[in-house]
Design a protein around this ligand. Structure first.
Ligand SMILES: CNc1nc2cc(C(=O)NN)ccc2[nH]1
Length: 373
């Protein structure tokens, strides 16, 4: 096993790209979707089941794990991969986004963020230096810079100030990360929806130099049209030969539109969280399994889907166990949604490799009835 991290761009079709990220813990086929494993578990899923959906990599949340069970305890127990029994690559976020949305009594300064745990009120500090140390203790393969993600809407000067703070933090993250063969540090582009600020951020990050680059600060309420407008220029401002990771996205059509515009990696809680709330994604659109009209329906969710929910159960059964709040409901619907998301990624990888992305995209949109089906 070579102790190196590399990205090979294999084919492009318009702005869409397909390739492979090679890490000591295995390869990540791109475009890639990362299931979210917040508290060292993809909720309602065994790791073996997550692997069976086709996921090559998953995401861990620094904010949650530093509070409980703590990064030091996970390190003592052999690191996050051993702890959660996932031996493929893991990307951890820096905690910067979640500390601003989940913690209490926060104080943000040039140094970083002091905050109180939402679990027990204990005091903590997140900074470029502490975030790098926490992610090192977790043992993640891809580490994210510690940055600030401003809530939109915000005026341009606020967005500019926030982006420039994040660039100073990117520099400190790089310095604190140190020399770690086989591991990667990704920079995060900020700058809101402003093309000039995004360009300044991309330039600053490239001056520092990273193994991959994220487009941050989106999917924060701007809406799909504004997000796509930003993605029409932001990925192209980043190095062509490094992975481009769009954070926190998204619905199936968001994912397709992002890949179309040059994004290689994404993560989102949607497929797993929705699975627990009865929202099921299919190639014909969204099914709300709670709806009474499924109570006697003997058909599978999708008779072309390879997942256990579609192979072995009827909509009537899935309706019943959801209504009865049985644990198998969250398991089966999460398993289905993650499988569907991975099948979208596989479809796009194959289409880009064959130069038929536009036709694949047209077919993807044609199949989706409006609303419930
Ligand atoms: C669900 N939307 C969403 N937007 C995100 C942005 C960031 C970011 O800019 N981090 N530096 C992280 C996670 C996100 N999740």
């Amino acid at each position: 096993m070579k102790n190196t991290f590399s990205f090979e761009l294999q084919k492009t079709d318009g702005a869409a790209r397909t390739g492979v990220i090679r890490t000591p813990r295995g390869e990540v086929r791109t475009p890639a979707f990362m299931p979210v494993g917040t508290a060292a578990t993809v909720k309602a899923m065994m790791p073996e089941s997550v692997a069976e959906t086709g996921a090559d990599i998953l995401l861990g949340n620094t904010y949650h794990l530093m509070l409980r069970p703590t990064a030091e305890r996970i390190d003592r127990l052999g690191g996050l991969h051993r702890f959660m029994n996932w031996d493929r690559p893991i990307l951890t976020d820096s905690g910067g986004f979640q500390v601003m949305s989940l913690s209490g009594l926060r104080k943000l300064t040039e140094d970083g963020v002091t905050f109180k745990s939402h679990i027990d009120g204990s005091k903590h500090v997140l900074s470029p230096e502490t975030s790098m140390e926490i992610q090192r203790l977790l043992g993640s393969d891809i580490v994210m810079c510690f940055d600030e993600c401003p809530a939109l809407p915000a005026d341009k000067s606020r967005i500019a100030d926030s982006m420039r703070l994040s660039m100073r933090w990117a520099d400190r993250s790089r310095a604190a990360f140190g020399d770690r063969p086989g591991h990667a540090l990704f920079g995060i582009q900020q700058g809101g929806l402003e093309e000039d600020l995004r360009a300044e951020s991309a330039e600053a990050l490239q001056q520092i130099g990273f193994e991959g680059y994220a487009v941050g600060g989106l999917a924060v309420g701007e809406g799909q049209e504004a997000m796509f407008g930003c993605l029409d220029f932001a990925p192209g401002q980043l190095p062509v030969d490094k992975p481009r990771y769009l954070m926190g996205v998204g619905k199936p059509d968001d994912i397709v539109g992002a890949v179309k515009r040059g994004i290689d990696m994404m993560d989102c809680v949607l497929p797993s969280r929705s699975g627990r709330t009865g929202q099921v994604f299919t190639r014909h659109g969204v099914v709300n399994i709670k709806n009474a009209r499924h109570a006697d329906d003997p058909r599978p969710l999708d008779d072309t889907c390879r997942c256990p929910a579609c192979r072995n159960y009827s909509r009537a059964y899935l309706h019943h166990v959801f209504r009865s709040q049985e644990m198998i409901s969250g398991m089966l619907l999460t398993w289905h949604n993650l499988t569907y998301f991975q099948d979208i990624m596989q479809g796009m990888r194959a289409a880009i490799a064959a130069g038929t992305f536009d036709a694949w995209e047209a077919d993807f949109h044609a199949g989706r009835a409006a609303g419930d089906i």
